[in-house]
Design a protein around this ligand. Structure first.
Ligand SMILES: Cc1cc2nc3c(=O)[nH]c(=O)nc-3n(C[C@H](O)[C@H](O)[C@H](O)COP(=O)(O)OP(=O)(O)OC[C@H]3O[C@@H](n4cnc5c(N)ncnc54)[C@H](O)[C@@H]3O)c2cc1C
Length: 374
């Protein structure tokens, strides 16, 4: 049997590793438009301060992956089309046949027509982008971070140690507003201000002008110039290939509890997929899916189980964690000097929590009180 995996992020490569661990006897090819190395993407937002370069982040080279996990890597190649009738993956000049196809296509930064996408405006979602962004900033730079969600806050925390000046712009009234109650977002803003970050909330950007070595942003009340901009405005699942192949998608590729799409020969996982309607852009869930899919390909039918999966925000001065399968409509919030504890119930059932500061230590106890999500 020939398995073809599209994508060499954590999702794609963990399927390759799990197939190897399952002693899969067929062949495995990984096709990727990237350089095809194994690295931890979450670290990109908290290692600039440590001066880490791309070579320091690579945990396995292409050659090591091929040798240790017994797969073939086809790198720097973009898949143009999937022909699910004839089971072929079309690259620019060639076609690769498959018996089972795994879509590990990830998600891409959302593009806005008012936002330039070249120097000095950056988005960091892969190693190449990290590399160029890293080279563009130094201790004299004024860096403007657009977006106070998870990634924006993590970068602001990390880079405050090295950039000359940081301004963080958020259009909502608090940071992390899509994820946690406003009390935690306000705590995050204070913690970042203590690190010297100029945090501006309620600050919607109406225009961005990129010049050769500077960028100018217009908001409703002022104009701000900086040397470099980092846009952290969210990601959108890469579904175009699947959609064009006639695979059922909503805003992600729909899969069942075995990771199978509407075509049983094609699986999907990670940032591009939603499992039984649950969409997660985090590592803990994709690891579970990679294990299930590899087993299913090897003939072991064991459905995906999602226990409660907390997410941690990598801002050590103000640690935050949250856990829910859907953002709760209503929180019960307790606020103390040393942090915030928020819980959400449906009837008597605990369906979510968000903790900051010293309350983080309650994470395991609260997690233990929640039901599995799938
Ligand atoms: C800065 C940052 C910090 C993060 N921090 C955390 C964290 O603390 N905790 C956490 O759980 N999660 C975190 N995340 C999210 C986590 O990193 C992602 O959920 C995870 O890495 C997604 O992996 P993936 O393999 O699904 O997608 P990706 O890593 O995006 O991989 C997609 C792959 O598909 C390939 N591809 C796409 N289209 C094609 C095509 N047409 N042809 C060929 N190849 C194609 C790409 O080249 C790439 O190799 C963070 C993300 C970022 C960006």
């Amino acid at each position: 049997m020939k398995v073809v995996i599209i994508g060499s992020g954590l999702s794609g490569l963990l399927v390759a590793k799990n197939l190897h661990d399952q002693k899969f006897s067929g062949s495995v090819s990984v096709i990727t438009q990237e350089r095809g190395v194994f690295y931890s993407k979450p670290s990109l937002s908290n290692v600039v301060k440590q001066g880490k370069k791309v070579k320091d982040l690579v945990q396995m080279t292409q050659q090591q992956i091929e040798k240790d996990w017994g797969c073939e890597m086809i790198t720097r190649q973009q898949v143009a089309r999937i022909d699910k009738i004839n089971k072929l993956v079309h690259l620019k000049d060639t076609q690769v046949p498959y018996d089972r196809l795994v879509l590990a296509l990830g998600a891409s930064p959302i593009c806005y027509d008012w936002l330039p996408d070249s120097h000095p405006v950056y988005r960091v979602n892969d190693l190449d982008a990290y590399d160029t962004f890293h080279q563009a900033i130094d201790d004299k730079s004024h860096l403007l971070i657009l977006g106070g969600g998870l990634i924006g806050c993590e970068f602001a925390h990390d880079l405050s140690a090295i950039a000359g000046k940081i301004t963080l712009l958020e259009s909502e009234s608090t940071l992390l507003s899509r994820f946690v109650p406003k009390e935690i977002g306000m705590g995050m803003a204070l913690a970042l201000k203590d690190r010297g970050v100029d945090v501006k909330v309620n600050c919607a950007v109406s225009a961005v002008t990129a010049l050769k070595d500077s960028v100018c942003v217009r908001t409703q009340s002022e104009e701000i110039s900086a040397d470099v901009m980092l846009a952290c405005l969210g990601l959108s699942p890469n579904i175009k290939l699947a959609q064009e192949a006639g695979i059922i998608c909503d805003d992600a590729i729909n899969v069942d509890v075995y990771g199978q799409t509407s075509d049983p020969s094609i699986y999907a996982l990670g940032d591009c997929a939603s499992v039984s309607g649950i969409k997660r852009y985090y590592v803990s869930s994709l690891k579970i899916c990679a294990d299930t899919i590899a087993k299913h390909i090897c003939g072991v039918k064991q459905g995906i189980v999602y226990p409660p999966l907390p997410v941690g925000v990598k801002t050590p001065d103000y640690p935050v964690t949250f856990c829910y399968s859907e953002v709760p409509a209503e929180w019960r919030v307790e606020r103390h000097d040393k942090g915030v504890r928020a819980v959400a119930y449906q009837g008597d059932e605990l369906v979510g929590f968000a903790l900051s500061g010293d309350f983080i230590k309650e994470r395991e106890v609260l997690k233990g009180q929640m039901k599995n999500w799938i």
